[in-house]
Design a protein. Structure first.
Length: 77
């Protein structure tokens, strides 16, 4: 699902690779990885988003995640 971003592909890919490398370094299985990433997302919302906008942004994030998973499922059929 292509989307316009203010970040370069290189910056995004580099950060993503680093995060994956840390999870692999700690041999984090699916559950631990999801728990860790969930806590990171919660921390970002709590520390970088105004309280009045958190609920709305969390709902938007959830909808984008669901669309991404659905799109990926459809592409693997």
């Amino acid at each position: 699902m292509p989307q316009q971003s203010k970040y370069s592909s290189e910056q995004f890919d580099s950060l993503t690779s680093d995060i994956i490398a840390v999870l692999e370094k700690h041999q984090a299985n699916r559950d631990l990885s999801l728990m860790t990433l969930g806590n990171m997302i919660t921390s970002i919302f709590n520390h970088q988003v105004e309280p009045s906008r958190r609920q709305q942004m969390a709902e938007q994030f959830t909808q984008i995640l669901l669309k991404s998973v659905k799109s990926n499922d459809e592409n693997t059929k």
